[in-house]
Write a protein that binds this ligand. Structure first.
Ligand SMILES: Nc1nc2c([nH]c(=O)n2[C@@H]2O[C@H](COP(=O)(O)OP(=O)(O)OP(=O)(O)O)[C@@H](O)[C@H]2O)c(=O)[nH]1
Length: 135
């Protein structure tokens, strides 16, 4: 049976209502596709703990995690990914791309202009249809 990996992604929103989008690098699987920064849940971790750990490791900043945006399961063929995305905001530090090829802040209405990892599309659809919390 194909393995399902449990993955969490952070939808980090700033005070201008923009969302932090991360470009997967050539060294990663799904290269050159945009994603929400995050990663695989390790044994014994709560999703929120994984997100805080991954964001600290990948972006060098600390976040506070809020409500879930979307829970999607996508079959990539070789692997099945269950991706849960959560709203989050930065509480300490500035994001810096340690692993990603690029980081950009994008308004919700423009999110669909990027080419996203397939598992992320339902969350992108929801976010682009909603008003920003700061609007
Ligand atoms: N972090 C993250 N991973 C995602 C997203 N969407 C999506 O399909 N994934 C997939 O979920 C898996 C886990 O992500 P990861 O960031 O921990 O993976 P990784 O690069 O360390 O491992 P890998 O490259 O060996 O698969 C990857 O296969 C990745 O392609 C997303 O929005 N954020």
């Amino acid at each position: 049976m194909k393995k399902t990996v449990q993955v969490v992604g952070a939808v980090i929103e700033n005070e201008h209502g923009e969302i932090l989008c991360a470009l997967r690098s050539n060294a990663m699987s799904l290269p050159n596709l945009w994603e929400f920064p995050g990663g695989k849940i390790e044994d014994g971790e709560k999703p929120e703990e994984t997100l805080c750990r991954e964001i600290h490791e990948e972006l060098g900043c600390d976040i506070e995690v809020a409500q879930m945006v979307e829970d999607t399961t996508y079959d990539y063929g070789n692997i099945i990914v269950n991706l849960r995305t959560y709203l989050a905001k930065i509480v300490r530090g500035e994001p810096d791309a340690a692993e990603h090829a690029a980081l950009v802040w994008i308004p919700r209405v423009s999110l669909k202009s990027l080419i996203w990892a397939p598992a992320d599309i339902p969350a992108v659809e929801i976010l682009s249809a909603e008003r920003t919390e700061t609007a």
